[in-house]
Design a protein around this ligand. Structure first.
Ligand code: NDP
Length: 284
Protein backbone atom coordinates (compact mmCIF):
# COMPACT_ATOMS: atom_id res chain seq x y z
CA UNK A 1 0.00 0.00 0.00
CA UNK A 2 1.36 3.43 -0.98
CA UNK A 3 2.39 6.09 1.51
CA UNK A 4 0.01 9.01 1.39
CA UNK A 5 1.60 12.40 0.65
CA UNK A 6 -0.24 14.88 2.81
CA UNK A 7 -0.63 18.13 0.84
CA UNK A 8 -2.37 19.84 3.74
CA UNK A 9 0.58 19.21 6.07
CA UNK A 10 3.24 20.19 3.50
CA UNK A 11 1.32 23.33 2.52
CA UNK A 12 0.88 24.29 6.19
CA UNK A 13 4.66 24.09 6.58
CA UNK A 14 5.26 26.31 3.53
CA UNK A 15 2.67 28.84 4.76
CA UNK A 16 4.21 28.87 8.26
CA UNK A 17 7.60 29.74 6.73
CA UNK A 18 6.01 32.49 4.65
CA UNK A 19 4.15 33.83 7.71
CA UNK A 20 7.38 33.98 9.74
CA UNK A 21 9.23 35.84 7.00
CA UNK A 22 6.29 38.21 6.46
CA UNK A 23 6.24 38.98 10.18
CA UNK A 24 9.96 39.85 10.07
CA UNK A 25 9.38 42.16 7.11
CA UNK A 26 6.52 43.82 8.97
CA UNK A 27 8.94 44.64 11.80
CA UNK A 28 10.99 46.50 9.17
CA UNK A 29 7.88 48.41 8.09
CA UNK A 30 7.20 46.33 4.98
CA UNK A 31 3.60 45.18 4.48
CA UNK A 32 2.75 42.69 1.77
CA UNK A 33 -0.31 42.97 -0.47
CA UNK A 34 -1.92 40.69 -3.06
CA UNK A 35 -4.54 42.03 -5.49
CA UNK A 36 -7.05 39.37 -6.52
CA UNK A 37 -9.12 40.14 -9.60
CA UNK A 38 -12.24 38.12 -10.38
CA UNK A 39 -14.52 38.76 -13.35
CA UNK A 40 -18.09 37.43 -13.44
CA UNK A 41 -19.83 34.82 -11.30
CA UNK A 42 -18.08 31.54 -12.03
CA UNK A 43 -18.72 29.52 -8.82
CA UNK A 44 -15.42 27.59 -9.04
CA UNK A 45 -13.49 30.86 -9.48
CA UNK A 46 -15.27 32.29 -6.43
CA UNK A 47 -14.17 29.27 -4.35
CA UNK A 48 -10.55 29.68 -5.51
CA UNK A 49 -10.54 33.43 -4.86
CA UNK A 50 -11.95 32.95 -1.36
CA UNK A 51 -9.28 30.33 -0.60
CA UNK A 52 -6.56 32.69 -1.79
CA UNK A 53 -7.89 35.54 0.35
CA UNK A 54 -8.08 33.22 3.36
CA UNK A 55 -4.47 32.12 2.77
CA UNK A 56 -3.43 35.81 2.69
CA UNK A 57 -5.00 36.28 6.12
CA UNK A 58 -3.23 33.18 7.45
CA UNK A 59 0.22 34.43 6.43
CA UNK A 60 -0.38 38.07 7.36
CA UNK A 61 -0.70 39.63 3.88
CA UNK A 62 -3.26 42.26 2.91
CA UNK A 63 -5.55 41.09 0.14
CA UNK A 64 -7.40 43.50 -2.14
CA UNK A 65 -10.30 42.00 -4.03
CA UNK A 66 -11.54 43.47 -7.30
CA UNK A 67 -14.81 41.70 -8.20
CA UNK A 68 -15.79 42.91 -11.65
CA UNK A 69 -18.94 42.58 -13.66
CA UNK A 70 -19.09 39.81 -16.30
CA UNK A 71 -19.59 42.48 -18.99
CA UNK A 72 -16.53 44.59 -18.21
CA UNK A 73 -14.62 45.43 -21.41
CA UNK A 74 -11.09 44.24 -22.04
CA UNK A 75 -9.90 47.85 -21.99
CA UNK A 76 -11.46 48.44 -18.55
CA UNK A 77 -9.68 45.38 -17.21
CA UNK A 78 -6.40 46.52 -18.79
CA UNK A 79 -6.88 49.92 -17.14
CA UNK A 80 -7.30 48.25 -13.74
CA UNK A 81 -4.13 46.18 -14.30
CA UNK A 82 -2.30 49.40 -15.10
CA UNK A 83 -3.48 50.95 -11.83
CA UNK A 84 -2.41 47.85 -9.86
CA UNK A 85 0.98 47.75 -11.62
CA UNK A 86 1.59 51.24 -10.25
CA UNK A 87 0.11 50.70 -6.78
CA UNK A 88 2.86 50.45 -4.14
CA UNK A 89 0.60 48.55 -1.73
CA UNK A 90 0.26 45.75 -4.26
CA UNK A 91 3.16 43.29 -4.51
CA UNK A 92 1.36 40.63 -6.49
CA UNK A 93 -1.48 40.66 -9.02
CA UNK A 94 -3.58 37.59 -9.53
CA UNK A 95 -6.25 37.53 -12.23
CA UNK A 96 -8.45 34.49 -11.66
CA UNK A 97 -8.85 32.45 -14.86
CA UNK A 98 -10.86 31.66 -16.90
CA UNK A 99 -11.99 35.09 -18.04
CA UNK A 100 -15.21 35.64 -20.03
CA UNK A 101 -14.84 34.74 -23.72
CA UNK A 102 -14.82 38.35 -24.98
CA UNK A 103 -11.58 39.05 -23.08
CA UNK A 104 -8.25 37.87 -24.47
CA UNK A 105 -6.54 36.16 -21.51
CA UNK A 106 -3.09 36.50 -23.06
CA UNK A 107 -3.53 40.26 -23.45
CA UNK A 108 -4.34 40.51 -19.74
CA UNK A 109 -1.49 38.24 -18.62
CA UNK A 110 0.96 40.17 -20.81
CA UNK A 111 -0.17 43.46 -19.24
CA UNK A 112 0.71 42.38 -15.69
CA UNK A 113 4.08 43.74 -14.65
CA UNK A 114 6.47 40.73 -14.61
CA UNK A 115 7.66 41.67 -11.10
CA UNK A 116 4.07 41.43 -9.81
CA UNK A 117 3.23 38.30 -11.85
CA UNK A 118 2.89 35.93 -8.89
CA UNK A 119 1.21 33.24 -11.02
CA UNK A 120 4.36 33.22 -13.22
CA UNK A 121 2.25 33.20 -16.39
CA UNK A 122 3.83 36.24 -18.10
CA UNK A 123 6.05 35.24 -21.07
CA UNK A 124 9.01 36.94 -19.38
CA UNK A 125 8.67 34.71 -16.32
CA UNK A 126 7.90 31.65 -18.46
CA UNK A 127 11.17 32.28 -20.32
CA UNK A 128 13.05 32.56 -17.03
CA UNK A 129 11.60 29.22 -15.91
CA UNK A 130 12.84 27.72 -19.18
CA UNK A 131 16.43 28.82 -18.52
CA UNK A 132 16.25 27.92 -14.84
CA UNK A 133 16.90 31.42 -13.48
CA UNK A 134 13.49 32.19 -12.12
CA UNK A 135 12.30 34.37 -9.25
CA UNK A 136 8.68 33.27 -9.39
CA UNK A 137 7.84 29.62 -9.27
CA UNK A 138 4.95 28.36 -11.39
CA UNK A 139 2.58 27.67 -8.46
CA UNK A 140 1.12 24.23 -9.19
CA UNK A 141 4.33 22.65 -10.55
CA UNK A 142 6.35 24.15 -7.69
CA UNK A 143 3.84 22.70 -5.24
CA UNK A 144 4.26 19.30 -6.89
CA UNK A 145 8.05 19.56 -6.45
CA UNK A 146 7.57 20.25 -2.73
CA UNK A 147 5.35 17.19 -2.46
CA UNK A 148 7.87 14.97 -4.24
CA UNK A 149 10.66 16.36 -2.03
CA UNK A 150 8.59 15.61 1.07
CA UNK A 151 9.01 11.88 0.28
CA UNK A 152 12.79 12.19 0.70
CA UNK A 153 13.31 10.50 -2.70
CA UNK A 154 16.12 12.04 -4.74
CA UNK A 155 14.70 13.22 -8.08
CA UNK A 156 18.06 13.29 -9.88
CA UNK A 157 18.40 10.52 -12.47
CA UNK A 158 14.80 9.34 -12.03
CA UNK A 159 12.54 8.69 -14.97
CA UNK A 160 9.62 11.15 -14.76
CA UNK A 161 6.49 11.24 -16.88
CA UNK A 162 4.25 14.29 -17.06
CA UNK A 163 0.84 13.60 -18.60
CA UNK A 164 -0.46 16.91 -19.99
CA UNK A 165 1.33 19.74 -21.76
CA UNK A 166 -0.63 22.85 -20.78
CA UNK A 167 1.18 26.15 -20.31
CA UNK A 168 -0.04 26.31 -16.72
CA UNK A 169 0.84 22.82 -15.51
CA UNK A 170 2.38 20.29 -17.91
CA UNK A 171 5.10 22.36 -19.59
CA UNK A 172 6.47 24.19 -16.52
CA UNK A 173 6.19 20.94 -14.53
CA UNK A 174 8.45 19.22 -17.03
CA UNK A 175 10.97 22.06 -16.81
CA UNK A 176 11.16 21.94 -12.99
CA UNK A 177 11.73 18.17 -13.08
CA UNK A 178 14.35 18.62 -15.80
CA UNK A 179 16.15 21.31 -13.76
CA UNK A 180 16.37 18.74 -10.96
CA UNK A 181 17.98 16.25 -13.35
CA UNK A 182 15.08 13.88 -13.90
CA UNK A 183 14.79 12.32 -17.36
CA UNK A 184 11.45 13.72 -18.42
CA UNK A 185 8.87 12.45 -20.90
CA UNK A 186 5.90 14.70 -21.70
CA UNK A 187 2.73 12.89 -22.80
CA UNK A 188 -0.40 14.36 -24.39
CA UNK A 189 -3.49 13.37 -26.34
CA UNK A 190 -1.46 12.22 -29.37
CA UNK A 191 0.93 10.04 -27.39
CA UNK A 192 0.56 6.50 -28.73
CA UNK A 193 2.40 4.33 -26.17
CA UNK A 194 1.27 5.90 -22.88
CA UNK A 195 0.98 2.57 -21.04
CA UNK A 196 4.54 1.57 -21.91
CA UNK A 197 5.97 5.01 -21.05
CA UNK A 198 4.17 5.18 -17.70
CA UNK A 199 5.16 1.63 -16.80
CA UNK A 200 8.82 2.65 -16.93
CA UNK A 201 8.33 5.79 -14.79
CA UNK A 202 9.69 6.35 -11.28
CA UNK A 203 7.57 9.50 -11.02
CA UNK A 204 4.21 10.15 -12.72
CA UNK A 205 2.55 13.58 -12.63
CA UNK A 206 -1.00 13.45 -14.00
CA UNK A 207 -2.43 16.77 -15.26
CA UNK A 208 -5.05 15.66 -17.75
CA UNK A 209 -8.43 16.70 -16.39
CA UNK A 210 -10.05 13.26 -16.79
CA UNK A 211 -11.31 11.27 -13.81
CA UNK A 212 -9.55 7.96 -13.14
CA UNK A 213 -7.35 8.37 -16.22
CA UNK A 214 -4.26 6.79 -14.63
CA UNK A 215 -5.10 3.18 -13.89
CA UNK A 216 -3.30 0.55 -11.80
CA UNK A 217 -1.76 -1.22 -14.82
CA UNK A 218 0.01 2.01 -15.86
CA UNK A 219 2.03 2.30 -12.66
CA UNK A 220 5.30 0.60 -11.74
CA UNK A 221 5.62 -0.90 -8.23
CA UNK A 222 6.94 1.77 -5.85
CA UNK A 223 6.51 4.76 -8.19
CA UNK A 224 5.64 8.26 -6.94
CA UNK A 225 2.25 9.29 -8.34
CA UNK A 226 1.17 12.92 -8.12
CA UNK A 227 -2.40 13.73 -9.07
CA UNK A 228 -2.91 17.32 -10.23
CA UNK A 229 -6.39 16.74 -11.70
CA UNK A 230 -9.53 18.25 -10.22
CA UNK A 231 -12.65 16.68 -11.67
CA UNK A 232 -16.20 16.93 -10.40
CA UNK A 233 -18.16 13.70 -10.65
CA UNK A 234 -21.91 13.54 -11.34
CA UNK A 235 -22.55 12.91 -7.64
CA UNK A 236 -20.84 16.24 -6.88
CA UNK A 237 -17.71 14.64 -5.39
CA UNK A 238 -14.22 15.84 -6.35
CA UNK A 239 -11.77 13.37 -7.78
CA UNK A 240 -8.39 13.50 -9.45
CA UNK A 241 -6.97 12.02 -12.65
CA UNK A 242 -5.71 8.91 -10.87
CA UNK A 243 -7.72 5.81 -9.99
CA UNK A 244 -6.70 6.11 -6.35
CA UNK A 245 -8.08 2.72 -5.25
CA UNK A 246 -6.09 0.71 -7.77
CA UNK A 247 -2.96 2.87 -8.03
CA UNK A 248 -2.41 3.16 -4.28
CA UNK A 249 -1.97 -0.64 -4.18
CA UNK A 250 1.10 -0.37 -6.43
CA UNK A 251 2.61 3.09 -5.96
CA UNK A 252 5.23 3.85 -3.31
CA UNK A 253 3.78 7.33 -2.70
CA UNK A 254 0.55 8.92 -3.84
CA UNK A 255 -1.30 12.22 -3.38
CA UNK A 256 -5.02 12.27 -2.56
CA UNK A 257 -7.64 14.53 -4.17
CA UNK A 258 -8.68 16.66 -2.41
CA UNK A 259 -5.86 17.35 0.04
CA UNK A 260 -2.89 16.81 -2.28
CA UNK A 261 -1.74 19.30 -4.91
CA UNK A 262 -4.63 21.77 -4.44
CA UNK A 263 -3.49 23.27 -1.11
CA UNK A 264 0.09 23.45 -2.41
CA UNK A 265 -0.84 25.71 -5.33
CA UNK A 266 -2.15 28.34 -2.93
CA UNK A 267 0.81 27.99 -0.56
CA UNK A 268 3.22 28.57 -3.46
CA UNK A 269 1.22 31.63 -4.50
CA UNK A 270 1.84 33.04 -1.02
CA UNK A 271 5.53 32.22 -1.38
CA UNK A 272 5.68 34.07 -4.72
CA UNK A 273 3.96 37.12 -3.23
CA UNK A 274 6.54 37.16 -0.44
CA UNK A 275 9.30 36.88 -3.07
CA UNK A 276 7.78 39.84 -4.97
CA UNK A 277 7.84 41.95 -1.81
CA UNK A 278 11.43 40.95 -1.04
CA UNK A 279 12.59 41.72 -4.59
CA UNK A 280 10.96 45.14 -4.42
CA UNK A 281 12.68 45.84 -1.10
CA UNK A 282 15.99 44.46 -2.40
CA UNK A 283 16.04 41.73 0.25
CA UNK A 284 17.48 38.33 -0.73
P1 NDP B 1 -5.63 21.34 -19.98
O1 NDP B 1 -6.99 20.89 -20.40
O2 NDP B 1 -5.10 22.65 -20.41
O3 NDP B 1 -4.57 20.21 -20.43
C1 NDP B 1 -4.86 18.86 -20.36
C2 NDP B 1 -3.74 18.09 -21.00
O4 NDP B 1 -4.07 16.72 -20.95
C3 NDP B 1 -3.49 18.45 -22.47
O5 NDP B 1 -2.11 18.68 -22.69
C4 NDP B 1 -3.99 17.24 -23.23
O6 NDP B 1 -3.27 16.94 -24.40
C5 NDP B 1 -3.77 16.13 -22.21
N1 NDP B 1 -4.64 15.00 -22.50
C6 NDP B 1 -5.96 15.02 -22.74
N2 NDP B 1 -6.39 13.77 -23.05
C7 NDP B 1 -5.31 12.97 -23.01
C8 NDP B 1 -5.10 11.61 -23.25
N3 NDP B 1 -6.09 10.79 -23.62
N4 NDP B 1 -3.85 11.11 -23.13
C9 NDP B 1 -2.82 11.91 -22.75
N5 NDP B 1 -2.96 13.23 -22.51
C10 NDP B 1 -4.19 13.75 -22.65
O7 NDP B 1 -5.63 21.20 -18.40
P2 NDP B 1 -4.67 21.88 -17.26
O8 NDP B 1 -3.26 21.51 -17.49
O9 NDP B 1 -5.02 23.29 -17.08
O10 NDP B 1 -5.22 21.10 -15.99
C11 NDP B 1 -5.15 19.69 -15.87
C12 NDP B 1 -5.92 19.25 -14.66
O11 NDP B 1 -5.32 19.80 -13.51
C13 NDP B 1 -7.38 19.74 -14.61
O12 NDP B 1 -8.16 18.75 -13.97
C14 NDP B 1 -7.33 20.98 -13.75
O13 NDP B 1 -8.55 21.24 -13.11
C15 NDP B 1 -6.26 20.57 -12.77
N6 NDP B 1 -5.54 21.69 -12.16
C16 NDP B 1 -5.33 21.60 -10.82
C17 NDP B 1 -4.65 22.59 -10.16
C18 NDP B 1 -4.43 22.42 -8.71
O14 NDP B 1 -4.12 23.39 -8.04
N7 NDP B 1 -4.55 21.21 -8.17
C19 NDP B 1 -4.14 23.77 -10.85
C20 NDP B 1 -4.33 23.74 -12.28
C21 NDP B 1 -5.02 22.72 -12.89
P3 NDP B 1 -3.28 17.91 -25.71
O15 NDP B 1 -2.35 19.04 -25.38
O16 NDP B 1 -2.78 17.03 -26.79
O17 NDP B 1 -4.70 18.35 -25.90
Amino acid sequence: MANLIDGKAVSAKVKAEVRDEAAKLKEQGISIGLAVVIVGNNPASRVYVNSKKKACEEVGFNSYEYALDENITQQELLDLIDVLNNDDKVNGILVQLPLPKHIDENAIINAISPDKDVDAFHPYNVGKIMIGEFSFLPCTPAGVMELIDSTGVNISGKSAVVIGRSNIVGKPMSMLLLHRNATVTICHSRTTNLLEICNAADIIVAAVGKANFVTGDMVKEGAIVIDVGINRLENGKLCGDVDFEAVSKKAGYITPVPGGVGPMTIAMLMKNTLTAAKLKANIK
